[in-house]
Design a protein around this ligand. Structure first.
Ligand SMILES: *Cc1c(COP(=O)(O)O)cnc(C)c1O
Length: 380
C-alpha cells in the first residue's frame, strides 16, 4: 500500500477494539494479571501500553522500518540511541545538529567517556577523514537547522556500513512523507514527533525506528531502563497527526514554494536558503533523496539585529516562536532567539547573519502569509 493509506490504516485493527476506528487511549499505569506472571502482553506502562504500541507500529510502517520506539521527547529518543554506545566509543556528528542534540552529546555524554567529532557532513570526504578505529556511530541531520544544509544520506550511510558503523539520521525536518532514510541505507531514523508528525504544536514526543532487531532491542531496553516514555493521550495525538501528514506536507510545501518566490523578488531580501533552488549548494542531493523540498525556509535581510527583530515582531498571521512543523506558520530570528547565546563572531563563522530569519511554513492561505511577511519586511 502507498504512504498515505498506510499512515491512516497501519498499526491498528478496529476489530481488536469493538470496531472503534481510532485506537483507545489507555490511561492505566498497571495491568491486572490473572496469575503471577500471567498477563495479556502488558504489565506496567513504562514498559508498554496499547495506545503507544499502535503508534509505534504506524511509525515503523511509514518509515519503512520494522520496529519503532516512542519517547517522551525527541531528545529522549536521542538519549536512548546514543546509549547504544559505551565509554571509549567514538561518534561522528554533523556540526549543525539541533542545539539540544549538541548539548546532550557535548555536555552530558562526553563526561561518560563517549568521544564526539563534529564535521560538516555536506561533504562525505569530511566524514571519511573523521572515522577512527573506535568510531561506532555516525549521527546525521538533514535538512539541517537553520541553513537547510543537505547531507547525502545514501553516500554517508554506505561509508558507515562498509566499516560496521551504525548510522543514525534525524529526519525531523523532512518527515517520512518527504524522505525515508532507512530506504537510503540508514540503520536508525529518529524524530522529534513534536514537529511534523504531531503537526499541531500540542504535544512533545520523540521516536526511533529501525529494521535491525538487535538495534531495536538495545533502543527498547534503553527506553524501558531510562524511562523517557510518552503517555497514552500524547500517543493518541501523534497517531492522529500522522493520518494527515501527507496532506499537511503537500500544502505546506506548496505554500513554501510561493513564499520562496515572493522572497526572491523582494528588494530587502539578500539571500534565500531553500533546497529547491538551483543556487542551493546541495540542491542535487536534495532532489535525489527528498520527494519535495520541505516547508522550512531561511532568508537574510540587509539589516541589523534590531531590523531582524522588527521584521518578526507584531505579525498578524505568523506566530513568533521557536518550534516548527505545525499547521500554524511560525517565524523566528536566530540572532536574538534560538542562537542568541552564541557570540556574534561565532554566529558569523557558522553563517548565521544578524538579519537571518527562519520560517516554518504552515497550511494557512499563502496570500495572508505573504502579505504579512511583506508588512514585516517593510517595517524598518
Ligand atoms: C525539536 C528537535 C529535536 C528535539 O526534539 P524535542 O521533541 O524538542 O525533544 C531534535 N531534532 C530536531 C531536528 C528538532 O527540530
Amino acid at each position: 500500500m502507498h504512504f498515505e493509506t498506510r499512515a491512516i490504516h497501519a498499526g491498528y485493527d478496529p476489530f481488536d477494539h469493538f470496531g472503534a476506528v481510532n485506537p483507545p487511549v489507555f490511561l492505566s499505569s498497571t495491568f491486572a494479571q490473572s496469575g503471577p506472571g500471567k498477563h495479556q502482553g502488558y504489565e506496567y506502562a513504562r514498559s508498554g501500553n496499547p495506545t503507544r504500541k499502535a503508534l509505534e507500529q504506524v511509525l515503523a510502517n511509514i518509515e519503512d522500518g520494522e520496529y519503532a520506539c516512542a519517547f517522551s521527547s525527541g531528545l529522549g529518543a536521542t538519549d536512548s540511541i546514543i546509549k547504544l554506545l559505551s565509554a571509549g566509543d567514538h561518534c561522528v556528528v554533523a556540526d549543525d545538529v539541533y542545539g539540544g542534540t549538541f548539548r546532550i552529546f557535548d555536555k552530558t555524554f562526553s563526561r561518560f567517556g563517549i568521544e564526539f567529532t563534529w564535521v560538516d557532513t555536506t561533504d562525505p570526504a569530511n566524514v571519511a577523514a573523521a572515522l577512527k578505529d573506535n568510531t561506532k556511530m555516525l549521527f546525521l541531520e538533514t535538512p539541517s537547522n537553520p541553513l537547510l544544509k543537505i547531507s547525502d544520506i545514501a553516500a554517508l550511510t554506505k561509508l558507515a556500513r562498509d566499516k560496521g558503523i551504525t548510522s543514525v539520521v534525524d529526519n525531523t525536518f523532512a518527515s517520512p512523507y518527504l524522505q525515508r532514510p532507512l530506504e537510503l541505507g540508514a540503520d536508525i531514523v529518529m524524530h522529534s514527533c513534536t514537529k511534523y508528525l504531531g503537526g499541531h504544536s500540542d504535544v512533545v514526543m520523540g521516536a526511533a525506528v529501525t529494521r535491525d532487531q538487535k538495534l531495536h532491542e538495545g533502543i527498547s531496553f534503553n527506553q524501558n531502563a531510562s524511562g523517557a516514555v510518552p503517555g497514552g493521550l500524547d500517543c493518541y495525538l501523534v497517531h492522529r497527526g500522522i493520518k494527515t501528514l501527507g496532506v499537511r506536507m503537500e500544502k505546506a510545501c506548496d505554500n513554501a514554494e510561493q513564499i520562496v518566490s515572493f522572497l526572491l523578488e523582494h528588494k530587502r531580501v539578500t539571500k534565500v536558503f531553500y533546497p529547491a533552488l538551483d543556487a542551493h549548494p546541495n540542491h542535487d542531493v536534495a532532489a535525489k533523496q527528498m520527494k519535495r523540498f520541505g516547508a522550512m525556509i531561511s532568508f537574510e535581510i540587509d539589516g541589523s539585529v534590531a531590523d531582524g527583530e522588527k521584521v518578526v515582531s507584531d505579525r498578524r498571521v505568523w506566530t513568533l516562536g521557536e518550534s516548527l512543523g505545525g499547521v500554524e506558520s511560525l517565524l523566528e530570528h536566530p540572532a536574538s532567539m534560538t542562537h542568541a547565546s552564541i557570540p556574534k563572531e561565532l554566529r558569523a563563522k557558522a553563517g548565521l547573519n544578524d538579519g537571518l530569519i527562519r520560517l516554518s511554513v504552515g497550511i494557512e492561505d499563502p496570500r495572508d502569509l505573504i502579505e504579512d511577511l511583506r508588512n514585516g519586511l517593510e517595517s524598518y
